[in-house]
Design a protein around this ligand. Structure first.
Ligand SMILES: [Mg+2]
Length: 234
């Protein structure tokens, strides 16, 4: 059996442009409501902060955006209740879902992989609840290509974590002999995968590509477009 495991955000889904557009809306919204400047930018920067803690503590709920709303506003001395935090979270995802798109060439690449006999899995961290992620998987039109989805919400953990891969192998009823892992955040998506026998492919897209300039040793290939996958996965 042959397998390709994909990360979702900034790998199969083009999250970056949506994230930055919605940050602007968020800034406007929060300025009006709480008179705080640059909230959207602060919100996007908060991701890295939460990822670091999430990696250490394995608490997948740390990626719930209502929590970020609360924590960032608290830094500005504003205390909001759960209902208000939920409303801000809904504002965020509603606007993301209006503009979110699949990554360029995602559909044609997934279709080609299927034709070549690959199983396709998605491995994704939580956004707070499974539904939030599933909605975007549907909107981007990739659901029909997926054989397995390993949600952090089901596995109650965060990347990187062996549980995700064991779950995928269990669903496929085997550990495939040819395996690829594709992701945009090398430390979270590729380091462990390499140890587990995957060929690792770093898609240099999203904010991470700019942060991490050098190719880590556990990355086998760098690509800038999903279409390049075609040449590795014969
Ligand atoms: Mg990603």
């Amino acid at each position: 059996m042959k397998l390709v495991v994909f990360d979702f955000d900034d790998t199969l889904e083009d999250f970056r442009p949506a994230k930055h557009k919605v940050a602007k809306l968020l800034t406007k919204h929060i300025k009006k409501k709480y008179n705080i400047d640059n909230f959207g930018e602060e919100f996007n920067q908060f991701e890295e902060h939460q990822l670091k803690i999430g990696m250490r503590t394995k608490n997948y709920k740390l990626y719930a955006r209502e929590l970020w709303m609360k924590l960032i506003l608290a830094k500005h001395g504003i205390k909001i209740n759960n209902k208000e935090a939920d409303k801000l979270k809904d504002f965020y995802w509603l606007n993301i879902n209006k503009i979110i798109k699949p990554m360029k060439h995602a559909q044609v690449v997934l279709k080609t992989l299927k034709k070549r006999g690959y199983k396709i899995a998605l491995l994704t961290d939580s956004d707070g609840t499974k539904k939030i992620k599933l909605d975007r998987i549907k909107i981007t039109g990739i659901l029909k290509y997926l054989d397995v989805i390993a949600y952090a919400d089901d596995l109650k953990t965060t990347k990187p974590e062996k549980k995700f891969y064991n779950y995928i192998f269990k669903k496929l009823k085997t550990k495939p002999d040819k395996m690829f892992m594709v992701g945009d955040k090398p430390e979270f998506d590729l380091k462990l995968a390499k140890k587990l026998g995957f060929t690792t492919i770093w898609i240099k897209h999203g904010d991470w590509a700019m942060k991490e300039k050098k190719k880590p040793g556990y990355v086998d290939h760098e690509i800038h477009d999903l279409k390049e996958l075609i040449k590795f996965t014969t």
